[in-house]
Design a binder for this molecule. Structure first.
Ligand SMILES: [Mn+2]
Length: 219
């Protein structure tokens, strides 16, 4: 059986937990990253095969987006960020992108045996967003989206691009984000995070042999 199951946690709140996607004989792909600077202190545990989610960045809308990313990507994610929110949200969001990107790079190792490419398009009400990824070892971000308001909650809309740039460069992936249309900035940003999550979910899938999908023989 696959898919998501609702689980009651101790506080009575409902959280989504992806059931175990382990393949027989295959190790779980996991990473643990801690990064501390004078601006942020971030700890992250990532499991590509799924698991519980526990996300706290101090920015409510960003927690909502990272939870959506983990749930829709089918990833286990424990991410705790303690940043200088008295300045603004910039350092916390950008540095979280760096840490999450590093976690993917570590979990994927030499990147052999994975699908490598994926594109996924997600509608959310009036908004439509697409994400294309190449887990290539060549960091690049193309980001085509604009927003109508400065912020959603404590999340500056301009930080969406900064987050995905930090993520793509730290992960060593090529990522293209294209927002086709939309009006509500909450919907636009959420569609982008969900599209990126599904694209990553598909791109990290194991192909069934352990070679690298590259004419060079390695990624
Ligand atoms: Mn939402």
């Amino acid at each position: 059986m696959s898919g998501m199951a609702a689980k009651e946690n101790q506080s009575g709140a409902c959280s989504l937990v992806v059931e175990d996607k382990r393949q027989e004989g295959m190790p779980m792909r996991q990473a643990a990253i801690a990064r501390k600077t004078l601006e942020t202190d971030i700890r992250c545990r990532l499991t590509l095969e799924g698991g519980d989610r526990r996300i706290a960045t101090g920015i409510g809308f960003f927690d909502h987006m990272l939870t959506a990313f983990a749930v829709h990507g089918g990833f286990g994610l424990d991410l705790q960020a303690d940043g200088d929110l008295q300045v603004d949200c910039h350092h916390t969001i950008e540095d979280t992108g760096i840490v999450l990107g590093r976690a993917f790079a570590q979990a994927l190792g030499d990147k052999s045996g994975i699908e490598r490419y994926a594109t996924f398009t997600v509608p959310m009400d009036e908004s439509l967003a697409a994400a294309s990824v190449d887990i290539s070892g060549r960091p690049f971000l193309v980001f085509h989206a604009s927003f109508d308001t400065p912020s959603v909650g404590g999340f500056d809309c301009a930080m969406t691009e900064e987050f995905f740039r930090a993520f793509a460069f730290a992960a060593g992936i090529t990522l293209h984000v294209n927002l086709a249309y939309g009006r509500n900035d909450h919907h636009k940003i959420e569609a982008i995070f969900k599209a990126a999550a599904h694209a990553m979910r598909l791109a990290v899938r194991r192909r069934g042999d352990n070679t690298a999908l590259s004419t060079k023989g390695s990624l």
